[in-house]
Design a protein around this ligand. Structure first.
Ligand SMILES: NC(=O)c1ccc[n+]([C@@H]2O[C@H](COP(=O)([O-])OP(=O)(O)OC[C@H]3O[C@@H](n4cnc5c(N)ncnc54)[C@H](OP(=O)(O)O)[C@@H]3O)[C@@H](O)[C@H]2O)c1
Length: 231
């Protein structure tokens, strides 16, 4: 079993997830970088420091989630930080009136059920050590306050992810397991596009901050730029 505290980031072969891996590794954590396609993650791993490990992970697939759970238990014996970063489908091409519901269902499967599946897999290990930080990477598009039309699958899936944050935080309130949602802002990634004002490093910053919250810190909250925002 390795001594360092252990963190896992979903969807971390590119984009914000990869930036989170780099920052957590710099903080001295043992970090598990994950990707759907092994070749994508293994290629990225080559340029990572030695405290970064790799495992395949598709959060929509039970077998894949069970496999990484077994790997973490066997190799590290604990998981201190789970960053539910993987997300898909900023569906600007449709609205709520003409939505393709199969597409919406796929989006909910990845953006809500995936993080939920990961939480179910790893919370027992966190409870065993009475320590955990779960960061659900959400979006202002999922805030119910001031919610407008457009991007229906994405917005509704992120609103539901925020609901998952609230429910997990409440049900884990007797443990030192903090669960929060973070909006990274509009970030230059494949999803955010090249016009986005924020760098990858800036997008990762508040996610890492929420992953490092001290005991007694906030739980069941929604943050952007390290400040609470309305759900
Ligand atoms: N970029 C923004 O402006 C912005 C704003 C607000 C919120 N966010 C949120 O921030 C998070 C990261 O976004 P990003 O901009 O970095 O996106 P991205 O560049 O499109 O990267 C998404 C990552 O998620 C992975 N992924 C997708 N489905 C997966 C699955 N089923 N299992 C495991 N991994 C999966 C992708 O893997 P593949 O390489 O295999 O596709 C990729 O590594 C998302 O949750 C997004 O909703 C982004």
């Amino acid at each position: 079993m390795k001594d360092h505290k252990t963190a896992l980031v979903t969807g971390s072969n590119r984009g914000i997830g990869l930036a989170v891996v780099k920052q957590l590794a710099q903080e001295g954590f043992t970090v598990i970088l994950t990707s759907r396609k092994p070749e994508d993650g293994k290629k990225v791993l080559l340029s990572m420091p030695e405290n970064v490990y790799y495992h395949q992970l598709d959060i929509t697939n039970n077998q894949s989630v069970n496999a990484i759970k077994d790997y973490v238990e066997k190799e590290f014996g604990r998981l201190d930080i789970l960053v539910n970063n993987a997300g898909i489908n900023y569906d600007t091409w449709q609205n709520t009136l003409n939505a393709d519901l199969e597409n919406v269902q796929d989006t909910i499967n990845t953006n809500l059920i995936g993080p939920w599946r990961m939480a179910l897999a790893f919370i027992p290990l966190m409870q065993k050590h009475n320590y955990g930080r779960i960061v659900n990477v959400s979006s202002g598009a999922g805030a119910l306050e001031g919610m407008k039309g457009g991007t229906p699958g994405y917005g509704i899936s992120k609103a539901a992810l925020n609901a998952l944050t609230l429910k997990l935080a409440d049900e884990l309130s007797r443990h030192d397991i903090l669960v929060n949602s973070v909006c990274p802002g509009w970030v230059r990634t494949d999803m955010g596009g090249s016009e986005a004002p924020r760098s990858l490093e800036k997008g990762a910053e508040t996610i890492v901050w929420a992953a490092l919250l001290p005991s007694g810190g906030p739980s069941g909250k929604f943050f952007r730029d390290k400040k609470e925002i309305p759900f």
